[in-house]
Write a protein that binds this ligand. Structure first.
Ligand code: BT5
Length: 222
């Protein structure tokens, strides 16, 4: 993979569209970092903002899962701290979001954007719901990037969906009480499982409901 490092960009995901498959774009600051539904992603200096340009696959949601697991393993390798994966695209430390992933699909390629809060300052409105790793040494951020790319590349070798789902599940919020807000519905229940396509199954009473999009919040730990 060819890594390009830039100081300040609008969004690594946006500029990655102009790079060929196999590129990795890393920026120090994003002025227009964003999440799903064009929600903002706070991206000041000190955080990790990275996008990988990958070939399109049938189920690009698996790239998001690989991103989550790789970021989790990188944080664990470097800090010893174990984050929890929440469907569909983020990592939590205790009840605060530390990492978000946004996969976008362009004609023949997928762009997987990963943001991790390391030493970046967070705006006031995010302080109660976002966490930073907060290292004393700047070199630790680089160690996380290296570890993240190592794990990501290793999963790319064979995109083994069963293995990816298994790794995702054991590091995830499955078993927790959740509320899912979809476009037309609010579902409360237990995060029960992921199906073979990576969609979330919520159990409410005896019913199992398959959630294909939306925001999920954890209500109570099991
Ligand atoms: C995400 O969206 O979590 C995906 C974030 C992806 C960011 C990366 S950085 C590199 C690449 N370039 C980009 O422009 N994006 C990708 P979503 O699930 O929609 O969550 C967005 C919500 O997270 C916002 O509405 C805020 O509530 C919250 N948020 C914003 N900035 C945050 C931060 N730095 N840390 C934690 N939460 C944040």
């Amino acid at each position: 993979m060819k890594v390009t490092r830039l100081k300040k960009v609008s969004s690594t995901n946006d500029i990655a569209k102009d790079y060929p498959i196999g590129s990795v774009i890393i920026a120090e600051v994003q002025t227009k970092g964003h999440g799903r539904f064009r929600r903002g992603w706070s991206s000041s200096k000190g955080g990790i903002y990275i996008s990988l340009v990958l070939p399109m696959i049938d189920k690009p949601q698996f790239y998001t899962f690989i991103g989550c697991i790789s970021a989790l393993k990188a944080i664990r390798d470097v800090t010893g701290t174990k984050a929890i994966i929440k469907w569909p695209n983020d990592l939590y430390l205790k009840s605060k979001k530390v990492c978000g992933i946004l996969t976008i699909n362009e004609e023949d390629k997928s762009i997987v954007g990963i943001g991790i809060n390391v030493n970046n300052a967070l705006p006031g409105h995010l302080r109660s719901k976002a966490a930073t790793l907060n290292f004393s040494s700047r070199s630790d951020k680089e160690l996380i990037i290296q570890s993240l790319l190592k794990h990501f590349k290793s999963y790319l070798k064979s995109i083994d969906e069963k293995q990816i789902l298994a790794d995702w599940k054991i590091n995830s919020f499955l078993g927790s009480k959740v509320e899912a807000k979809t476009l037309n519905n609010t579902i409360q229940g237990i995060a029960h499982d992921l199906d073979a396509d990576g969609f979330l199954i919520i159990k409410t009473g005896n019913k199992k409901i398959r959630v294909i999009e939306g925001d999920v919040s954890v209500k109570l730990k099991r």
